[in-house]
Design a binder for this molecule. Structure first.
Ligand SMILES: [Zn+2]
Length: 135
């Protein structure tokens, strides 16, 4: 949960008071969160996107070895020459599972953050255009 200082607008991972100015920290999903400056939202989105990507990477660190171990156990049912190939394949599969999820997490974070950033930029451009044509 990301918290925000009501007096200087710095963001913090938690706690009750701001370490910069000692102001009160608010949760970003409070009712009055709408009054926060726009720039803060981009930062919060980035933080949440990065955090989500980190969670997926942690999942990859668990799922990779689990997939490898399951395949390794299955390969022990094979006859001797194939057992070796099966074991090597199982370890490789575990690494591939880990790497694939890890790589996808990085891509996903970029997509989440960038796409939303572009969207608000387009909105901003439209708002500026509206203001310019009004004159
Ligand atoms: Zn502060």
């Amino acid at each position: 949960m990301i918290k925000i200082c009501v007096s200087c607008n710095s963001t913090w991972a938690g706690g009750q008071t701001c370490e910069d100015c000692g102001g009160q920290l608010r949760e970003t999903f409070d009712g009055d969160a709408q009054s926060f400056p726009k720039g803060i939202w981009g930062y919060i989105r980035l933080q949440y996107g990065a955090r989500r990507g980190m969670l997926v990477r942690v999942m990859a660190l668990i799922l990779g070895p689990v997939a490898g171990a399951l395949l390794l156990r299955a390969s022990f049912a094979l006859a001797m020459p194939w057992l070796v190939f099966g074991a090597i394949g199982a370890v490789l599969a575990g690494v591939v599972v880990w790497w694939a999820i890890h790589w996808l997490a990085g891509r996903a974070v970029k997509l989440w953050v960038l796409r939303k950033g572009q969207l608000s930029k387009r909105k901003l451009a439209r708002a500026m255009l509206k203001r310019a044509t009004r004159r």
